[in-house]
Design a protein around this ligand. Structure first.
Ligand code: 1GP
Length: 242
């Protein structure tokens, strides 16, 4: 088991950054990780729906040398499994009805996962409609939960908890034009006893506060950090230097 744990509790207000290895060469990963250090996230996530340019293992290995934060694999496919992470989110797409993403990938991943030194965290992954098709909605061949159907989101999260998931992740998808509604986050957070992760299209410090106040225990930001002079990166860096 890794000594850098991916632990979350219901009272946490934590932040993770998601790195899509396809967006970075080795050279700019070094530069990017320095920027990430300034915003002091609690965790670094690595992965994506489709990785076609880079080698995830090489990027993860490099990141482990560049940062002392727990590195968590957020895999889009079992072929993304690598030893160079501290934890793996074992995602089950509980908002969808695609058997491959509920159990098929897990069967293929099992031998490798068993041999790894990382924490394996069973995570109920709920895709919420983010206003436009995203890579994950297309690649998963599944329908997201409509963004105003809080009752469906609540029951899906509760079912995930009772099946035995350790965390629930509500995701509007990378680059979503509309993030998950704070009301839906609030409703889901108070209806489950396991930690809640929220991500997809989150771009401002104000949004972070809104989701933490709504009950999110971990917020994931990805795209907003990739832009040149990313506003959220500058604001978080300034906040941490005060
Ligand atoms: C995607 O929730 C993550 O799975 C992050 O989304 O890239 O839109 O921040 P963004």
């Amino acid at each position: 088991m890794s000594n850098k744990a991916f632990n979350l509790h219901k009272s946490d207000r934590k932040l993770a950054v998601l790195i899509d290895p396809d967006k970075h060469t080795e050279f700019d990963l070094i530069d990017f990780s320095k920027k990430i250090d300034q915003i002091e996230p609690d965790f670094i996530l690595i992965g994506g729906s489709l990785i076609y340019r880079s080698k995830i293992s090489a990027s993860a290995k490099l990141l482990q040398t560049l940062s002392n934060k727990p590195l968590v694999l957020f895999p889009g496919h079992f072929t993304q499994l690598t030893d160079h992470v501290d934890a793996v989110m074992l995602l089950s797409l509980i908002s969808g009805r695609n058997a491959d993403l509920l159990i098929g990938q897990h069967v293929l991943a099992a031998p490798k996962l068993k041999s790894m030194n990382a924490d394996i965290i069973s995570t109920g992954y709920m895709l919420i409609d983010g206003g436009k098709p995203t890579s994950v909605s297309y690649m998963s061949n599944s329908q997201p939960i409509p963004r105003d159907k809080n009752d469906i989101a609540i029951c899906t999260a509760q079912a995930g908890e009772m099946i035995g998931m350790k965390m629930i992740y509500m995701d509007a998808g990378s680059g979503a034009s509309q993030s998950v509604s704070p009301e839906m986050v609030r409703d889901v957070a108070k209806s489950i006893d396991i930690p809640l992760i929220v991500g997809g299209g989150i771009r401002t410090i104000e949004a972070l506060e809104t989701y933490w106040n709504a009950g999110a225990n971990l917020i994931v930001i990805g795209n907003a950090l990739e832009e040149k002079n990313a506003q959220i990166l500058n604001s978080l860096s300034r906040r941490n230097s005060k």
